[in-house]
Design a protein around this ligand. Structure first.
Ligand code: NAD
Ligand code: UDP
Ligand code: UDP
Length: 343
């Protein structure tokens, strides 16, 4: 088999980190690109709570100030409206690079922009990491496996990706971002980490972002039919956001470059997911079948042996436990005081 898993080289160590998680230390200066988005804002909460200083860099394409505004006024928090496609000068210890739309509806909206964000944006953040000696973590995706021919997916699998399809701006973009990350590591000695994230859900997802969990939950709450695409037999494995954030932080603080799959191995067909949503929100919710989107992967499930062994990480929140936590947030945002309408 091919060697695609890299151990961090100690010769490349820089001022960035190497402090085990949980150890008392002086707060770090950390950039979170895409920190006003769904995953980023939960990560920011954890970093601020740990005592670090956080700079969020976000262009608000899919992110919202509401996701981070509870930190406004905290001297350890800064928010910069900036597009990562443009260069950026900052002095920091760590960079969590999340900036990139994640929902297929969002990333297909302007595919060239998605490519630029993944390629030029990642290049800029790696250039920044190189200049200041910061440790850099890329949030890649299970989409690098494409429509996988191997199941479950192990990090050593090279994937089955259409280079000219409607999803390519995202999956090929992320593949290139991984390549850039490894080339800055090997060529310039930048300390890097790569996470391959599988479908993640939780509070603060955009309500109408077209992703299946946010769609089903919003539909059930609004008494609309749940829209199952295709025959509904395709599978995904759904991870609750707090598990992901824990995995990202362990990866950043750990000694291993990766790539690491971060996902929940619990695999569901879309029909099964619709049934869990019915059980959780409304047993009378109807299911409606719609044509599927182009190039939709048939199945996806992470093999997380590597993250278990090397990061001591595994997800703790099952779909049936996590879904209700997201439902209360959606209920409040859909029927509540409509805070999200404020610009
Ligand atoms: P999200 O859309 O909620 O967050 C992305 C954030 O990046 C938003 O705040 C957006 O405004 C910002 N952004 C987008 N383009 C930017 C640019 N050019 N410059 C600056 N900011 C920009 O998505 P998310 O679910 O929070 O995903 C975060 C990261 O995790 C993404 O890189 C995504 O590819 C990756 N990921 C997420 C999932 C998932 O299921 N949520 C799965 C795999 C990978
Ligand atoms: N870059 C940045 N901030 C920095 C350092 C670099 O945005 O603090 C950008 C820089 O503009 C360039 C990219 O990162 O487009 C890659 O930088 P690098 O120094 O690796 O390459 P070079 O500038 O030599 O092409
Ligand atoms: N999907 C669905 N109904 C929806 C939205 C999506 O059945 O309202 C399906 C979609 O066809 C895909 C799966 O759910 O097979 C996951 O889609 P999502 O956009 O959430 O994530 P991704 O395709 O990136 O894994």
């Amino acid at each position: 088999t091919h060697r695609i898993f890299y151990q961090a080289h100690s010769v490349f160590s820089s001022g960035g980190g190497k402090i085990p998680l949980g150890l008392k230390r002086k707060g770090l200066r950390i950039v979170v690109t895409g920190g006003a988005g769904f995953v980023g804002s939960h990560l920011v909460d954890r970093l601020i709570a740990r005592g670090d200083s956080v700079i969020v860099v976000d262009n608000f394409f899919t992110g919202r100030k509401e996701n981070v505004m509870h930190h406004f006024g905290n001297p350890r928090f800064e928010l910069i409206r900036h597009d990562v496609v443009e260069p950026l000068l900052l002095e920091v210890d760590q960079i969590y690079h999340l900036a990139c739309p994640a929902s297929p509806v969002h990333y297909k909206f302007n595919p060239v922009k998605t490519i630029k964000t993944n390629v030029v944006g990642t290049l800029n953040m790696l250039g920044l990491a190189k200049r200041v000696g910061a440790r850099f973590l890329l949030t890649s995706t299970s989409e690098v496996y494409g429509d996988p021919l191997q199941h479950p997916q192990v990090e050593t699998y090279w994937g089955n990706v259409n280079p000219i399809g409607v999803r390519s701006c995202y999956d090929e973009g992320k593949r290139t971002a991984e390549t850039l990350t490894m080339d800055y590591h090997r060529g310039a000695g930048v300390e890097v980490r790569i996470a391959r994230i599988f479908n993640t859900y939780g509070p603060r997802m955009c309500i109408d972002d077209g992703r299946v969990v946010s769609n089903f939950v919003a539909q059930a709450l609004r008494k609309e039919p749940l829209t199952v695409y295709g025959d509904g037999k395709q599978t995904r494995s759904f991870q609750y956001v707090s598990d992901l954030v824990e995995g990202l932080m362990r990866l950043m603080e750990g000694e291993h470059v990766g790539p690491f799959n971060l996902g929940n191995p619990g695999e569901f067909t879309m029909i099964e997911l619709a049934q869990v949503v019915q059980e959780t929100i409304d047993p009378n919710a109807k299911i409606e079948f719609r044509p599927n989107t182009e190039d939709d992967p048939h199945k996806r499930k992470p093999d997380i042996t590597r993250a278990k062994d090397l990061l001591g990480w595994e997800p703790k929140v099952s779909l049936r436990k996590g879904l209700p936590l997201m439902v209360s947030d959606f209920r409040q945002r859909i029927f509540g005081d409509h805070k999200e309408d404020v610009a």
